[in-house]
Design a protein around this ligand. Structure first.
Ligand code: ADP
Ligand code: MG
Length: 756
């Protein structure tokens, strides 16, 4: 507990009591295990299930004991005390802090099984497809020991396969698949077409990543098409604007603002009277701002790549090409126009949900990560979750060096190459964490020039990445990777590597949050292995410019340009605390915008459910248009009800999509209203509530209209004839987290100096 003494003081007595209690439970579980040791598999499973379904504290040791015995018998793994303690805290609904390599996969599977034994359905949320499939297969024998069914869901599965998988008690799936299936299910017009069954528990692996880093990423379901007309025209006009004169950019390069002169210039070029007139807000002005954002704040090869005639986002938190992601439609189109590419059809957004809202749908959320301690505030504030720290089974031997600080990025970059070359010369493996793909490639090029061969991870294939990362601990390996690449893969040390000091992890700069630094550090020193970690910092880094708020620090570099003064190190720590605070504020504020829409979405959900599960649709339409109902007398009740259902669901979903589009525009133009002295969030709420109030009524009125006019016969309502058909094709994507707040860009324009 020594390592986290400060943490316990901060967390107060409650956690400490929980900790003591769970240690006692583990001791009791060990005793129960001895008692059950001679029992048959069936007896152990039976006893575990019985205990799981009783009330009272006494059941916990028995449940743990049966799970531990099952792990021994089915997988040949004897769970450590700390693992049992982790299982216990998960079952109590906490997020557990447990270091990399401590065996969280097993802990998670035991807890999921424990929940399932008491009749709860569990979604084990993974960060990608590869880990969902790997973990479900790996843990299957343990879970099935108790007669609990287990499956996984991955991208390539079709609807029947998904339906089959979701019917299981324990389902391993990436958060994206769970979210997209939820969105698609909310478009069905018959219950039996749904694929997902709602689960009672979400058990989230790499919990801080899903619940904090990507919490506000919206998952989007889009359909049908509409062309983006004059995006090219607007982009052309904006390309004539100059920074300083026509627009200004704030200090941390998150926001760009048109000056009066810039606005006048745009008005002249587009031939419009005023950008700020009421009807321009929400249309032209919004798109001008997007085009300006694309031009001034987004840099090719740092924020996005252009490949095969397409813009591909670089994921800010993972620093690699993002598979499923795109920016919100307007911004995507603006960047495409800036690059002279064909402007893609954004389609119409049918529905969307943020990961945070998705997770909030589960009655119980728990999770595990190596970096929960640094996310305590967010987990409590946004999910009401408590963090339990689980000590490592064998104390870490990793040496965390203090930062190597340099005055300039160029000096720092040289030192990074030098440091890697030195470790490499003695055969010590090195894993380097960079901020983005461009930096990875520049660094790799610089190393290759020194004759050092490098494995660079920016592949889009998680399985390949896992295979490469798994080798990163072998002698003489140099692996360059962005933050998250190859997560979930165990890095074991090659022969003789322990004697060389173990795996050396190098960060090319500190992240905006110390939690991300720790995620990288944690790659080394697993299960008591030796290891080292070293972060480089230059006083030109984004972290410093953003976090210093203009303050300067004077320093006395040594001959190599390195700065050792404690004052400077304190200053860097201060800058990081400032940026952490900024991130938390942005999260809290963005969530305020999202929360209201999430609540409204719940109301739509309930309305959908009643239309799907009852004959409310027919009742309502027949009452509003009795003459039409009489005409349909000859049809059987089932056909009539389904026709009414499809009509009402069509209009409800259509109005909801419209509402989302309106609120999207409002949100993009809302900061302009702040100029008019309105509080943006209040104004947003006011409009959202007003627009939503009429939505349900409007959907009913339109449904009555359609009911009166559309052809309804033995084969149902012919909505397509009336131009009321649902989109024939739909697709899904993630919107990049906070595109309008910058992010990433840690190496902005400094990476060239690796090569020089
Ligand atoms: P984490 O997710 O915590 O980083 P993993 O679940 O990937 O760690 O496990 C790391 C390694 O530890 C795996 O190879 C796993 O088989 C092994 N392991 C887990 N629990 C035990 C145990 N009780 N005894 C021996 N090996 C274990
Ligand atoms: Mg793991």
């Amino acid at each position: 507990m020594a390592a986290f003494g400060w943490f316990w003081r901060a967390m107060g007595a409650q956690s400490e009591r929980n900790q003591k209690k769970s240690l006692k439970t583990v001791a009791a579980a060990r005793a129960a295990m001895e008692e059950m040791r001679g029992w048959s598999d069936a007896q152990v499973a039976q006893r575990g299930r019985e205990a799981a379904n009783t009330q009272g504290e006494g059941k916990h040791p028995v449940v743990l004991a049966s799970l531990a015995l099952a792990a021994e018998r089915t997988m040949g793994l004897q769970p450590f005390d700390v693992q049992l303690q982790g299982v216990q805290r998960l079952l109590a609904g906490d997020v557990i802090h447990m270091a990399t390599g401590e065996g969280k996969t097993l802990v998670g599977a035991m807890a999921a099984t424990g929940f399932a034994m008491s009749g709860k359905r569990v979604h084990v949320v993974t960060v990608n497809d590869y880990l969902a499939a790997r973990d479900a297969q790996w843990m299957r024998p343990l879970v099935e020991f108790f007669g609990v069914s287990v499956s996984h869901v991955i991208d390539e599965m079709d609807a029947p396969q998904r339906r089959h998988a979701y019917a299981c008690d324990v389902v391993y799936a990436p958060v994206t698949e769970i979210g997209f299936d939820h969105l698609r299910d909310n478009q069905v017009t018959r219950r039996e077409d749904e694929v997902q069954v709602h689960a009672d528990v979400a058990l989230v692996d790499e919990a801080d990543s899903v619940l904090v880093d990507e919490a506000l990423v919206p998952l989007v379901l889009a359909g049908s098409v509409s062309a983006q007309q004059s995006t090219g025209e607007i982009t052309a006009a904006v390309s004539h604007l100059r920074e300083g004169r026509h627009y200004t950019v704030d200090a941390d390069r998150r926001n760009v603002f048109l000056t009066d002169e810039g606005a006048a210039e745009i008005e002249r070029r587009l031939g419009i009277d005023s950008l700020y007139s009421e009807d321009a807000i929400g249309s032209v002005l919004v798109r001008v701002n997007l085009a300006l954002h694309a031009q001034a704040l987004l840099t090719r090869d740092v924020h996005y790549l252009v490949q095969d005639g397409k813009v591909q986002l670089i994921d800010a938190s993972r620093g690699r090409v993002a598979d499923l992601q795109r920016w919100p439609d307007g911004l995507q189109a603006a960047v495409e126009a800036k690059e002279g590419l064909a402007v893609s059809d954004g389609g119409r957004i049918l529905d969307q949900i943020t990961l945070q809202a998705l997770m909030s749908r589960y009655p119980t959320v728990c999770g595990m990560t190596g970096t929960a301690v640094e996310a305590v505030d967010q987990l409590r504030q946004f999910y009401g979750l408590t963090v339990s720290v689980i000590e490592p089974n064998v104390p870490s031997q990793r040496i965390d060096h203090s930062d190597a600080v340099y005055a300039t990025a160029q000096l720092r970059n040289r030192a990074v190459v030098e440091e890697i070359a030195q470790a490499h010369a003695k055969g010590q493996p090195v894993l380097v964490g960079t901020h983005d793909v461009a930096e990875s490639e520049a660094l790799a090029a610089a190393l290759e020039k020194r004759g050092i061969s490098v494995a660079v991870l920016n592949a889009k294939n998680d399985e390949q990445e896992a295979a490469i990362v798994a080798e990163a601990g072998k002698a003489s390996r140099v692996t360059v990777s962005t933050q998250m690449a190859g997560r979930g893969t165990d890095i074991t040390l090659g022969e003789g590597v322990a004697e060389l000091g173990g795996l050396k992890v190098i960060g090319t700069s500190r992240h905006r949050s110390s939690r991300l630094d720790h995620q990288l550090r944690g790659r080394s020193g697993r299960q008591g292995d030796p290891g080292e970690s070293l972060f480089f910092v230059s006083l030109e880094d984004d972290l410093i410019t953003t976090g210093s708020d203009g303050a300067q620090v004077s320093a006395q570099p040594d001959q190599a340009g390195r700065i050792e003064e404690k004052r400077v190190h304190d200053f860097i720590a201060h800058c990081q605390r400032v940026t952490e605070g900024q991130l938390l504020t942005i999260h809290a504020q963005t969530w305020k915008y999202n929360k209201l829409l999430a609540d409204q979405r719940e109301i739509i959900d309930e309305r959908r459910a009643s239309l799907l599960d009852t004959d409310a649709a027919w009742q309502q339409l027949a009452q509003a248009a009795p003459e039409r109902a009489a005409e349909l007398e000859h049809l059987n009740a089932e056909t009539k009800q389904q026709a009414a259902r499809e009509i009402m669901l069509f209009h409800l979903d259509d109005e909801w999509a419209e509402h989302l589009a309106i609120m999207d525009d409002v949100r993009e133009s809302i900061h302009l209203r702040a100029i008019a002295k309105e509080t943006p969030i209040d104004e947003f709420h006011r409009i959202a509530v007003r627009e939503f109030k009429d939505l349900a009524q409007r959907a009913v009125e339109k449904s009555v209209e359609t009911f009166r006019s559309v052809l309804i016969d033995d084969s149902g309502a012919h909505l397509e004839d009336a131009g009321r058909s649902r989109p024939s094709a739909t697709w899904t994507y993630m919107v990049s987290d906070n595109p309008l707040s910058g992010g990433g860009g840690g190496a902005l324009s400094t990476f060239e100096s690796f090569i020089s």
